[in-house]
Each structure stands twice: as C-alpha cells, then as structure tokens.
Design a protein around this ligand. Structure first.
Ligand code: S3P
Length: 450
C-alpha cells in the first residue's frame, strides 16, 4: 500500500540513455525545519523552494494544528505566521505525520516543553518505527509519553509544565534525535546541551542561528557539543530552500548506470554533513563533476554533472562516512551492482530502522534481480556484475519506502531487463516529480496496473 492510497505498481525499462537537465525539488530536511521554526517564530516567515512532498505537507498541517497560520501563494511561496517559542496551542485533533519520521520526531521535540497534550500517529511504516529515542530525552525535560509497546506510535505526549534544561548525549548517530532535543530546549530556561559523538546533518543548528537563537558548537574529545540558550525570541526569516542532495542522488545514479547518459543536476546543496555519497561515487570511479561550485545562503552549492560510468570499482565505504550519506545507501547499492568487484558497507545499523529495514528491503529486491548480497546486523556487501551484467527482470517490494522504490527504478533503467516495484506511491513523500523528471531525461518509467 502507498502511504495515502492504493498501491501504484511501476516498471522501469532499460535502453534509453538519459540526457539533459534534472531540476530536483527542495531539501526535505530543511523544508520540515523551515515550517517548524517558522511556526515557533514571531512574525511572518516566507519560504521559497519548499519541498511539496507529502511528508512536508503533513508537517505544514501539523503546524496549523498547533496554532500557526500556514499558507501557500499561487507562485509557490509559503507564508508561516508563527506563534513564538512557547506559544503552541493544544491541537484538537490527532496529528497524522503520514510516513515521516523527521516530521513526527521534530514536532514531538518542539511541543515537549509546552504544557499541552498531543496525540501522534502515522502510516504503517511510521507506526512501526522506534520513538523511545525521542521519548527518553524529552522525559528529561519533564514531558510524559504514552505509546504502544516498543515505544511506537500512536502515542500521546504531554509536554512539561515547568521544563528544565538538559544535557544529553545522543546514543545513536541521528539528526532527528539531536534536533528534537534542541527544539525541546527552546522553551526550557537556561542552557540545553546536546552532545553527538558523530557529526550528523547540521541544518537545525544552522537554522536556529539564522532565526536568532544563541547557539554554539564546539568540537571536543567527547564529540560535537551544541549549546543552546533557552527561551529566545526567534525572528521570522525569508528562507530559500536549497535543492535536495538526497533526491539528486537518483538522477545522478541513474545516469551513472545507464549507457550513453549525460545529465546535469543544477544547484545542489553540498553541505559536508550530507555529501558523503558523492565522495563515495568519485572514489568508485564515477564520472561525476562538480561544476560552478559556489556558496548560497551559507551552504556550499554546485551543479552536478554525471555521465555513464562503465569502469566503477567496488570499495569499502568508511563507516565514519555513514551519517553523511545515510539516506543514499539504497541507491548506492544499486550502483554497486553495476560496478566491478564487491562494495562493502559497514557500520550502518541505523538503516534497519528507516522507513523500512533498508538493508533487508534492498537485499530482497537486488537478489530478485540477480544480484548477490550478503548482510549482517550492521553491514552489507553487494557483489558487482559490471556495467552490462545486471540481469533485472524482477519485481521488488518497496515496503512503504520512497527511497527503496526509486532505487529499484534506477536499477531498471540500466539493467538487461525491466525492473518493477509493487508500489511506487511512497515516492510522492519526498520526490513527487520523480517519474516526470526521469521521463524528461528520456528514461522510461511506467505505471503498470493497479
Ligand atoms: C533526517 C535525519 C536522518 C535521515 C532523514 C532526515 C533529518 O534520520 O535519515 O531522512 O532531517 O534530520 P536519522 O536522524 O534517523 O538518522
């Protein structure tokens, strides 16, 4: 089942080279944060380039339920009239975050230090994901949570009446957990300190500073120590959302594995906490260039150019790079199938608790298409079959996971035979224009039944 409707089976057909320009949508992480921080600010925040995927639309609706005014202009600019830090109203309806772990976890953090109660739910994927990683730290502020067994949604949270600031070391590499604690810290008096042993995407820190919070980051032997002064007045901002490097990965990787391809993906944010895939692809020998590198809104940006790359070699991806490419392992595993030799991906336990168990989902579909995969609790290896050697011809389950569905569509474009997914519906959560964009490059993806 797709997250919001009947399954949409899809098939990607090989044979057509991809060429031209791929304009990918806005960054999902920054889009969620724009809405939430806009809702916690005083005045009107305007957002250009917001990702209008279902995940982000669900967060927009949630911010309305907490009392912010959220509107979209005909020209695509979003306007958020915030309620200020501590100003969230109690929602009079259940908050449905759909498929989005980022949405629900950040919002739970943002309301945890306000004296209101809210109930959260999601689709079957989200309701199976662990939430103790959020409820544990927000309990330290004084919030109470009542969820299903295993700390899962649906869940009701009552925020702290008298929140206290916390010092919290994030036990797993997770930007969602780090961000939830920082957002909870906004309405606590004094300093909230969050320590992460491994650096994860730092959009929350950058954006909090941009909205006027007092926040500092120190690299120490303990890790990255982030200190936030509570109860600031956040000032409304004008935000231009950069394009999503995680979405760019799909047309880039499709070009690398499809003979005759040459694709330009302009204006991609290459924040080092997000760009690990591109380093990895270059190490594998991908024909990938960064054209016109520049800075925009304090973030490094470049136009990515990817051409068919028949000489890629498998590598061992360094585990300390995992956080900077955590969403890109599914599509990397597809590229690995078209490389020579084995690609080893160690240190990736977090992949098992994403929208799906991404190691299991990719292993099942890769095997169904003739590719050898070995896996363990926190690692997996893919044996490459070379640029012309991937049989394809299989049908894969997408497990309500947009990135699984798109990864197998990429595989079908370069394989010997078409590749199908049982449900491409979840693609709309993060990349609603995916099929049209691939079609515009000359690739053939078809809806096949339903
Ligand atoms: C995200 C953090 C990552 C990532 C997700 C977006 C964010 O999740 O997988 O797609 O915007 O903070 P984790 O925090 O679970 O690693």
């Amino acid at each position: 089942m797709s997250s919001h409707g009947a399954p949409i089976p899809m098939t990607a057909h090989p044979g057509a080279p991809l060429s031209g320009q791929a304009d990918v949508p806005g960054d999902k992480s920054i889009s969620h944060r724009s809405l939430i921080l806009g809702a916690l600010s005083v005045g009107e925040t305007t957002v250009e380039g917001l990702l209008e995927g279902q995940d982000v639309l669900d967060t927009a609706k949630a911010m309305q339920a907490f009392g912010a005014e959220v509107q979209r202009d005909d020209d695509g600019t979003w306007h958020i009239h915030g309620v200020g830090v501590g100003g969230f109203a109690e929602p009079d309806q259940v908050i449905d975050c759909g498929n989005s772990g980022t949405g629900v976890r950040l919002i739970m953090g943002a309301m945890a230090s306000s004296p209101i109660t809210a109930t959260f739910t999601g689709d079957a994927s989200l309701n199976g994901r662990p939430m103790a990683r959020i409820t544990d730290p927000i309990a330290l502020f004084g919030a109470q949570s009542y969820g299903r067994s295993g700390g899962r949604l649906p869940m009701t949270i009552t925020g702290a009446v008298d929140p206290v600031p916390v010092r919290y070391t994030v036990p797993m590499p997770s930007a969602q957990v780090k961000s939830a604690v920082l957002l909870a810290g906004l309405n606590a008096p004094g300093e909230t300190v969050v320590i992460e042993k491994e650096a994860t995407r730092d959009h929350t820190e950058r954006m909090l500073a941009g909205f006027g919070a007092e926040i500092s980051v120190e690299e120490t032997i303990e890790g990255r120590v982030i200190t936030l002064k509570g109860q600031p007045e956040l000032n409304a901002q004008h935000i231009v959302v950069p394009r999503d490097p995680s979405s760019a990965a799909f047309p880039v990787c499709a070009a690398l594995v499809t003979p005759g391809s040459d694709v330009l993906v302009p204006n991609i944010g290459l924040n080092p906490t997000r760009a690990g895939l591109y380093t990895t692809l270059q190490e594998m020998g991908a024909d990938l260039t960064f054209e016109n590198p520049r800075e925009e809104g304090g973030e490094p940006v470049a136009d990515l150019r990817a051409r068919h790359s028949p000489n890629m070699q498998g590598i061992t991806v360094p585990p300390d790079r995992a956080a900077s490419m955590i969403d890109e392992y599914p599509v990397l595993s597809v590229v690995a199938a078209f490389a020579h030799g084995v690609t080893e991906m160690p240190g990736v336990k977090e992949l098992r608790v994403k929208e799906s168990d991404r190691i299991a989902a990719m292993a099942e579909g890769l095997r169904a298409n003739g590719v050898t995969v070995e896996d363990g609790p926190d690692w997996w290896n893919v044996t490459g079959l070379g640029p012309d050697g991937v049989p394809g011809g299989g049908t894969c389950r997408s497990f309500l996971d947009h990135r699984i569905a798109m990864s197998f569509m990429v595989m079908g474009l370069g394989a010997q035979n078409p590749v199908s997914v049982d449900d491409g519906g979840p693609i709309a959560t993060s990349f609603p224009i995916f099929e049209g964009l691939i079609g515009g490059l000359g690739g053939r993806i078809e809806r096949t039944g339903g």
